[in-house]
Design a protein around this ligand. Structure first.
Ligand code: EPU
Length: 416
């Protein structure tokens, strides 16, 4: 099994360009099942998860072609299947996002139930609540889940929690439902706005994406378009933390700073100098990193997908920091791994208390999920000796060319 090795590195310096957002690309690729003409997607990050959803689309009958490394052409005019194979579903939870498009496009969809995953049970009740409200019949048996509807009819749906995936799935299902659908307490993430923009370019009629109330007027048919995926705010945030933790000076390119306001604010609190200029953000790490507190929340709050990376940073800040995780119930698995490297962290329910230490020490560690893996890379940059990270397939699911990007900034990182 390949490992990523990280050695104590000099302060990172230079420029890094972030890729398109994984969490935008996945729903937009799923939404490509809705269009009956050619769709061209640009700035698609070349990631394991993207490959998996492309396989899902192909298995359903779509033609998927890479025009170059980050451009994909999709034609879904001839969707033949409505069942997502178990092997693909089990590789990636986000495969579930094809349900909404299939339901509205061909009136039926069947897949295996996504299980829990490392970061929590992650139920799909809200997705199903939305499908039912639109008139679908839901059938769960032997671990499979099917949704069927001769005709979907718009309705008003209140989400008990602003789930990103449920908002996306219901929004996609509603594009061709009869009449108007309103999603209240909708997720407001930039990735929702990107998906709505894409769907509108295909001919959908969606208003209010980016607010907590999204209105979708059903249309007869969706066509084709060319669309560029927005930059990955979490990848940007990860490199910004890398600048902070190594006390370096890094310019992160291809960013939308308004998407990462909480990350910028918290990095300023730990003492970083941050300059925003067009699509570039320059982060200069301070000599003296100060402790801070974070609480993860749905957008526009502090992103749960940056929690692990901040915990790595807090491990070497001066003083005591507190992290409260409110989005997922079990997203502290990186704590044990960081402790193996000498971090002083205690967990109390949803909170982690981090007492900054002077030094971390390289150790063999495991990436328990994608962002946990990123946190271990960050910790490895400042730990004495070598950090040997196992289970790096998690990292490859969400970061494209991670070693090359870090190496270009002066980091000592390689695969073995
Ligand atoms: N939830 C429910 N019922 C549902 C749906 C969600 O209770 O029907 C709960 C979940 O159990 C969880 C919370 O709501 O506790 C948030 O889940 P959400 O549905 O918002 O997340 P998601 O759509 O499954 C996406 C990202 C995640 C990111 C979350 C939160 C994609 C493909 N994934 O997941 O990304 O953490 O939103 O922002 O967009 C990552 O990139 O590392 C990652 C995990």
């Amino acid at each position: 099994m390949e490992k990523i090795m990280v050695e104590k590195s000099p302060p990172l310096r230079g420029n890094v360009r972030v890729s398109g957002a994984k969490n935008s690309a996945l729903p937009i690729l799923a939404a490509s099942l809705l269009g009956t003409e050619d769709i061209i997607l640009e700035d698609v990050p070349r990631l394991k998860d993207v490959e998996v959803i492309c396989e899902v689309l192909t298995s359903l009958g779509a033609k998927v072609e890479f025009l170059d490394r980050e451009t994909i052409k999709i034609n879904s005019s001839n969707i033949k299947n409505y069942e997502t194979p178990y092997e693909l579903m089990s590789k990636m939870r986000a495969s579930f996002l094809v349900m909404g498009p299939l339901l509205t496009r061909i009136g039926k969809t069947k897949t295996s139930l996504p299980g829990g995953c490392a970061i929590g049970t992650r139920p799909i009740d809200l997705h199903l609540k939305g499908f039912r409200a639109l008139g679908a019949e839901i059938d769960v048996d032997h671990g499979n889940i099917g949704a069927y509807a001769d005709k979907l009819v718009g309705d008003r749906i209140y989400l008990d929690f602003p789930s990103v995936g449920a908002t996306e799935n219901i929004m996609m299902a509603a594009t061709m439902a009869e009449g108007e659908t309103i999603i209240d307490n909708a997720a407001m993430e930039p990735e929702i706005v990107d998906l709505a923009n894409f769907l509108n370019k295909l001919g959908a009629d969606i208003k209010g994406a980016g607010t907590s109330s999204i209105r979708i007027k059903g249309v007869e048919k969706l066509g084709g378009t060319t669309h560029s995926i927005i930059p990955d705010r979490i990848e940007a945030g990860t490199f910004m933390v890398a600048a902070a933790i190594t006390k370096g000076d890094v310019v992160v390119e291809n960013t939308i700073s308004s998407h990462i306001k909480p990350v910028i604010a918290k990095l300023r609190e730990v003492g970083c100098e941050i300059y925003e200029n067009g699509d570039k953000i320059r982060v200069i790490g301070p000599d003296n990193l100060k402790a801070t507190d974070i609480k993860t929340l749905p957008y526009p709050g502090f992103p749960t997908d940056m929690q692990a990376q901040f915990m790595a940073l807090m491990s070497v800040c001066n003083g005591t920091s507190v992290v409260i995780e409110t989005v997922f119930e079990n997203r502290f698995m990186h704590v044990d791994e960081l402790k193996r490297m000498g971090a002083d962290i205690k967990i109390d329910g949803k909170s982690a208390i981090i007492q900054g230490v002077d030094e971390l020490a390289g150790a063999p560690v495991k990436a328990t999920d994608l962002r946990a893996g990123a946190a271990l890379v960050l910790a490895g940059l400042v730990a004495n000796g070598v950090t040997e990270i196992e289970n790096i397939y998690h990292i490859d699911r969400g970061y494209s060319n991670i070693e090359e990007k870090f190496r270009n900034l002066g980091a000592i990182i390689y695969r073995k």
